[in-house]
Ligand binder design. Structure first.
Ligand SMILES: [Zn+2]
Length: 509
């Protein structure tokens, strides 16, 4: 760990003081009769009815978390600054497992009950709509473990969520993983800034989201401090604890922190994740300014971690991505997760069924980078998937508001194909204008498919709804707008998986 971002640290510290210095406002004397009612146990997402909660909006999480890999014991103190969006008699946070020791609201003891993944908090006084409030939750326990068997019995089980590694732990899970380690409004619709203080045994490193604020050691423990000044959707918040080889440097005035599991030989992943700045620079030429105050990567060796995830400012990559395919294929995975920083992390979902807005865009970013990097052209990759039969899972509807599933491989591939078809329809200038405007208008916010269709139609100057709906969800394959002779590109390999799956050969994603 070398240089420190002095300017960033000063800014961050000032901003955090300002944020945390906000005195929790006591509910004002009633200006008139008010009815205080419980906040909803879910934020209103039909596919995940208990995800997130209603009645308030979180502005900031301050997390003080200690984790001892030896005993698997986690101890936490979460301070949550929120604003009531209704007169609240009580409200929920999401918390899976773990034992709650104390809850205070506006510095007064509150009562609480547990109901599955809901932590139901009743403050001693009602919380008035429009006023800020502060919640303190102290908790401890062994985080719940999510593990499921591999269809191949010779393989270890898959894991996600709070994943134990040989020297620590790493948090990675979509659509929900945050509630495994802190109480949270766990839905992308309620994004918030974070400061995290991660305390681990001496000798271990703890990586978080955002800007590094340094570390301090006391009584055999080291506390690593991180701050994210731009709002994060909870599922892309993370921590990674273990022995890492850390490269920290400034790029474009912001810190890049690349942490590679120290057990991974330097020649395996470092050269590819070392292209993070280069790939980000290229993506900025397409999508507009990079949306966050820091950047980086986390590479973990753990075999049971089988997917990469766009954790904000610090995507997580299992090392297996760097042992398959060509270096250019591997760089494409980095381009995918970095594209998500614009599309998915900065512009977040409003409903999980619109997952194609994340994955279709990240797939297309991966294709654009691949062409730039001399791997395969966008046109070749588009045709590879276009030629698959209509009953292949790649051509399933890219979103399904009423269906049981909120996202599959078609959100990636049909989503990416839709963007290429749109580009062919409106031309490069308008198409990249749409992508940049989408990133700018919804920067650090949330958006829906309908809003994307409206934007594309506005910038193209004509109604693109029938065209985009045919590409996204139509039952017929639309005409190929960019055909190539079949002899000039390769079809997907036999056994090409119907889900993005790390343990199979790359499916030319
Ligand atoms: Zn993705």
């Amino acid at each position: 760990m070398a240089r420190r971002h002095r300017h960033g640290r000063t800014l961050v510290a000032a901003a955090m003081t300002a944020l945390l210095g906000v005195a929790p406002a006591a509910p004002a004397a009633a200006a008139g009769p008010a009815t205080f009612t419980p906040g909803a146990p879910g934020i209103g997402d039909p596919h995940l009815p208990l995800a997130g909660n209603g009645g308030y909006d979180v502005g900031h999480y301050d997390l003080d978390v200690r984790y001892a890999p030896g005993t698997d014991e986690l101890t936490g103190h979460a301070t949550i600054l929120a604003t009531a969006t209704q007169h609240l008699s009580r409200f929920d946070l999401d918390l899976t497992g773990l034992t709650v020791d104390a809850v205070r609201v506006n510095d007064r003891p509150a009562t609480w009950t547990r109901d599955g993944g809901e932590l139901v908090i009743t403050p001693s006084r009602g919380l008035r709509k429009g006023l800020p409030f502060r919640v303190d939750v102290r908790y401890h326990g062994v985080p719940v473990r999510y593990s499921f068997p591999d269809p191949d019995p010779t393989q270890p089980p898959y894991e996600y969520g709070f994943v134990r590694t040989d020297d620590g732990a790493i948090v990675a899970g979509e659509p929900e993983s945050a509630a495994l380690w802190y109480p949270v409004n766990d839905h992308p619709r309620d994004k918030a800034t974070y400061s995290t203080h991660l305390t681990v045994p001496d000798g271990l490193t703890a990586i978080g989201n955002g800007v590094p604020l340094g570390s301090s050691t006391h009584d055999g423990w080291t506390t690593w401090r991180w701050a994210a000044l731009t709002p994060i959707a909870a599922y892309v918040s993370t921590m990674a604890i273990g022995r890492f080889r850390v490269d920290q440097h400034l790029h474009d005035g912001r810190p890049t922190v690349i942490a590679v599991d120290a057990a991974v030989a330097p020649e395996v992943a470092d050269p590819v994740v070392g292209r993070t700045d280069e790939i980000t620079d290229y993506l900025e030429t397409l999508f507009g300014p990079y949306p966050f105050e820091s950047n980086g990567a986390i590479v973990e060796r753990h075999d049971a971690l089988w997917f990469a995830l766009e954790t904000q400012t610090r995507p997580i990559y299992p090392v297996s991505y760097f042992t398959m395919g060509s270096p250019q294929f591997q760089a494409g995975v980095v381009a995918h997760e970095l594209t998500h920083q614009w599309y998915g992390d900065s512009v977040s979902l409003t409903y999980w069924y619109d997952l194609w807005l994340n994955e279709g865009f990240a797939t297309y970013g991966e294709w654009l980078w691949g062409e730039h990097d001399g791997y395969r052209t966008v046109r070749e990759r588009f045709n590879t998937f276009y030629t698959l039969p209509m009953d292949s899972p790649f051509w399933a509807p890219a979103y399904d508001r009423e269906g049981e599933q909120y996202g599959g491989i078609s959100a990636y591939m049909r989503g990416g194909m839709t963007l290429h078809a749109l580009r062919m329809n409106v031309g490069d200038a308008t198409f990249f204008g749409i992508l940049r405007t989408w990133a700018a208008e919804h920067r650090h916010g949330n958006a829906t498919t309908d809003q994307f269709i409206a934007l594309a139609s506005r910038l193209a100057g004509r109604d693109l709804r029938p065209f985009l709906q045919a590409w996204l969800v139509g039952a017929e394959k639309p005409p190929n707008p960019d055909p190539l002779p079949a002899s000039t590109f390769s079809a997907p390999a036999a056994g090409c998986p119907a889900t993005v799956h790390i343990r199979t050969a790359p499916c030319d994603r």
